[in-house]
Design a protein around this ligand. Structure first.
Ligand SMILES: [Zn+2]
Length: 221
C-alpha cells in the first residue's frame, strides 16, 4: 500500500500516521525524521538541508526530492509506505508521480485529514506546557486544575515558541497556499479521500481503516 497523508499542522496527522503504520505494518516516511537523520549522519544532502533549516528557510525542492528518491529506492519501501509531510507542494507531487512511474508504480490513496482552520487554530494556540515537569495542557480541552500553573508541580505554564498565535496563523496560511494545489491534484487523479478531521482520534482512524479495508480487502492487525 502506497499512501500519502495530508493535513494542516495541528490536524492530528502524526497520530494517525503512527496508528496506520502500526496497524497495517507499513513503513512510515516522515520528511521531518528524514531531514533529522540525514543531518545527524552528516550526509551531503543533510549538510545542505541543515543550512536552510538553521536559518529558518524552507528546504528547496531539489534537496527534498533527492532525499525522497534515495529513500524510495530502498528495498524496505518497495512493498509500500506512508508518506507523512510530503508532498508539500504541487511540484513535489508531480515529481513523486514521475519517480514512482519509473518503477511502474503509483500512489494508491491520498488521505486528507480535513479540519476547519479556526478549530486548528484553537487546538494549537490553546496548548500550554510546564517547563519543569513536562506536563502538557490545553486551555479549553485539557485545562490545568491549577489555572495558569502546572497542577503537578505548580510551575507557571508557558506556550511553546512555535505555538504562539502569530506563528500558528502564518503556518496555516503557508500550508493552505502550497498544499491546496496538491489536494486538487490528487482529486483530479481520483485518489483523494477526504476524512472529516473534526472528530476524535478513534473515529478518524476508523474512517481511514474503512477506506483502506475497501481498497485492499484487508483489516488492521
Ligand atoms: Zn509541572
Amino acid at each position: 500500500m502506497k499512501i500519502v497523508l495530508l493535513g494542516a499542522p495541528g490536524a492530528g496527522k502524526g497520530t494517525q500516521a503512527k496508528l496506520i503504520c502500526d496497524s497495517f505494518n507499513i513503513p512510515h516516511i516522515s520528511t521531518g525524521d528524514m531531514f533529522r537523520s540525514q543531518i545527524k549522519e552528516n550526509t551531503l544532502l543533510g549538510i545542505q538541508a541543515k543550512e536552510y533549516i538553521q536559518s529558518g528557510r524552507l528546504v528547496p525542492d531539489t534537496i527534498t526530492m533527492s532525499m525522497i528518491k534515495e529513500i524510495l529506492n530502498q528495498e524496505k519501501y518497495s512493498d509500500g509506505f506512508l508518506l507523512d509531510g510530503f508532498p508539500r507542494n504541487l511540484y513535489q507531487a508531480k515529481q513523486l508521480e514521475l519517480l514512482l512511474g519509473e518503477n511502474k508504480e503509483c500512489l494508491d490513496k491520498a488521505f486528507l485529514i480535513d479540519v476547519p482552520e479556526n478549530i486548528i487554530f484553537d487546538r494549537i494556540a490553546g496548548r500550554r506546557f510546564c517547563n519543569k515537569c513536562g506536563a502538557s495542557y490545553h486551555v479549553k480541552f485539557n485545562p490545568s486544575k491549577a489555572g495558569d500553573k502546572c497542577e503537578v508541580c505548580g510551575e507557571a505554564l508557558i506556550q511553546r515558541d512555535d505555538d504562539l498565535e502569530r506563528i500558528v496563523l502564518d503556518r496555516l496560511k503557508i500550508y493552505n497556499k502550497t498544499v491546496q494545489p496538491v489536494v486538487g491534484y490528487y482529486k483530479d487523479h481520483s485518489i483523494l479521500e477526504t476524512i472529516q478531521g473534526n472528530a476524535g482520534t478513534d473515529e478518524i482512524f476508523y474512517n481511514i481503516c474503512s477506506c483502506l479495508a475497501e481498497l485492499y480487502s484487508i483489516h488492521p492487525a
